[in-house]
Structures are given as C-alpha cells and as structure tokens.
Ligand binder design. Structure first.
Ligand code: SF4
Ligand code: MG
Length: 326
C-alpha cells in the first residue's frame, strides 16, 4: 500500500507529464452547474489525463480551459487562482490523497483556511463539512487519522475537503472504484445529493458505463485519447452508436451492476489491448479492433457526426457519414 502525502503524489503526477501531454487530443467538454458529465473509457484511454488537465495539475501544450467564458491560461493570474479554488479534484484512492500523519480536523481545517474568511467560526464550519458528507456526529471523526476510518469514510472526508474550498465543480476520477461494492452506490448518491444541494458541476470519470447511465446526465466515451461518442446518458447507453461504445456495453460484466471490478475490455476477454497513446494507430484509432472497419478507417481520422436519434448525440465514426464513402 502506498501512503503518499499529497505533495509527493502531485510530484509523481508531474513526472509523467510528458507522456500525458501527448495523450489526449481534440477533447471538448463543458461542465454546467447542477449537471454530471461522465467520461467513460478503459484504463489508458486518457480520461484521467483529462481530469488532471482540467484540475491544471498538468500543463497543456495547446487548447484552453475557461471559467465562465474567461481563459484560465495564465498561471498565477487571478483567474487561475479563482479557478483552482472553484474546481476541486477527488481521486480514486482516498488513502493516497490524505496525509496519514494528520487528523481529519487538520485536513479539513487546511481546506477551510485556504479558502474561507478568517472570521468564520472554524468549529462550526468543520462540523458542517462532515455533516454534509454524512459523517455524523462530527466529533466522532474530527480527531481520527485516515487509517482509523473505512475506505468509504475516507472518500467522504476527501469529498468534504474538496467542499471546504466552496467549489463550483468537482472532478471525480473513479471515485468509487476502489471502494467495496456494497458502499459504492452510497458514495455516488452522496455526490448526486451534493450536486443538487450545492448546485455543483461534476465530471465523473469511470470505466463503468453502467454507473454513468445511473449517475450522469451526459456521457462522453473516450478511446485512445480521443472522444468517440457523446450525448445524453440514456441515449448513449441504450442506443450506442460507436462500435467501441457497443463493445464496452456488451463486454461489461453485468449492465445492471454499478460496479464492474473488471476492466470491461480486459485482454483475457479476447478483445485485445488498448493502443499506445504515444504512437496511436492511423485513421480511426479504433480500427485495429473494430468489427465494422472499412477501408477508409485506417487512413482517415473520423470527424464527429450527428446520429440523429436524439438531440446532441454524436459519434466520431465513418459509419455515420451520410455523404457516403469516398
Ligand atoms: Fe470502426 Fe471505422 Fe467507425 Fe472507426 S470509423 S469505429 S474503424 S467503423
Ligand atoms: Mg485512471
């Protein structure tokens, strides 16, 4: 088990930045308050990289991240600092994101001190944060250390800490995949409840497309560093258009389960491995694995095409090129 203090962990992330910067391309997404957007893909699809780019833990080589229509590009600028407070990240492993030598009180106090007015009553604010994530009574948790809590309780603390910054958006990278199956739904329901009450925007990153349907308003599917399909979650999961999305759904262990411990495209299942993001396949990046691949697929990069069955449903796949094959 790794128990990295937060700073160490961030340094580890930065050391991977050179691989990561080349890893994602042509990624567009908009987070709106009161909505959950799911970013779905298998490991290595670049979905975590997108979250870290959005959290500005990685530098970008291009593109822009805007907050309320204003660029946040200038690091150290006022808008960057405002963005950093308003967009908070929740990591997959709450143990790694909490410092083992410090109590819950310490973690939450730091979050509050950084972002709140000095005049606020600290004890009240701490109790409020823990109550918001249903760790009650707060006195039972405040002076505990991370290892004295269960995995689910630690993730709730990590969520409380994120809320301490009074954010507008949460970036949740596989927030339940390391938790016991029996408590995953509780944590997702907590996030959904917080979204409603605090009018948060949530980016929900997952390999589990069934949970996206349950939890997210909009679903975006990533493959090999590119977005391949998007639309409202119901449409994308019920009538998937892209062959990769279909494969994801068909190979999920049980579509009604919220969990999916297995990588749905595990190589043991005979579906092959996701390609390297450093030197991705030409044309459509999915063409080496695609059951519907045509001649042009290995040379032409597909553009986003409207499917037409529901507003906003699109796929980057030549099957939907109404202008016909070349
Ligand atoms: Fe398959 Fe071609 Fe569509 Fe890519 S563009 S998903 S290879 S049919
Ligand atoms: Mg990941």
């Amino acid at each position: 088990t790794k128990h990295f203090p937060v700073r160490r962990r961030l340094r580890d992330l930065f050391s991977k930045e050179h691989d990561a910067v080349h890893a994602v391309d042509d990624v567009h997404l908009t987070l709106r308050r009161g909505q959950v957007v799911a970013l779905v893909g298998e490991s290595g699809s670049g979905k975590s990289t997108v979250a870290r780019l959005l959290a500005q833990l990685y530098p970008r080589t291009g593109g822009d991240i805007q907050l309320h229509g204003t660029s946040t590009t200038v690091k150290g600028g006022g808008n960057f600092r405002r963005y950093a407070a308003q967009v908070q990240m929740i990591f997959q492993d709450p143990f790694a994101s909490l410092n083992p030598v410090h109590t819950i009180r310490y973690h939450l106090t730091r979050a509050l001190r950084i972002h709140h007015n000095a005049g606020d009553d600290l004890d009240t604010a701490l109790a409020e944060l823990l109550t918001r994530v249903s760790l009650t009574p707060p006195e039972r948790y405040l002076d505990k250390f991370p290892h004295e809590l269960s995995g689910g309780q630690r993730q709730r603390v990590a969520i409380a800490r994120a809320l301490g910054a009074n954010p507008e958006a949460l970036l949740a990278d596989e927030p339940v995949s390391m938790l016991d199956v029996s408590i995953r739904l509780g944590v997702l329901n907590l996030l959904r409840d917080l979204k409603e009450r605090l009018n948060l925007a949530i980016l929900y990153i997952t390999h589990d497309i069934a949970s996206a349907r349950y939890f997210a308003d909009e679903t975006l599917v990533m493959y090999a560093g590119r977005m391949v399909e998007g639309g409202d979650s119901e449409t994308v999961t019920q009538t998937p258009a892209h062959p990769y999305t279909r494969l994801l759904i068909d190979s999920a262990p049980d579509p009604d389960r919220l969990t999916g411990d297995l990588n749905p495209l595990d190589e043991d299942r005979g579906n092959g491995e996701p390609p390297s993001l450093i030197r991705p396949p030409s044309g459509c990046r999915f063409h080496p694995r695609c059951p519907a691949a045509m001649a042009r697929c290995s040379t032409d990069l597909p553009v986003r095409l409207e499917i037409g069955d529901a507003p906003g449903h699109w796929a980057a796949c030549w099957l939907y090129d109404k202008a016909g094959a070349q």
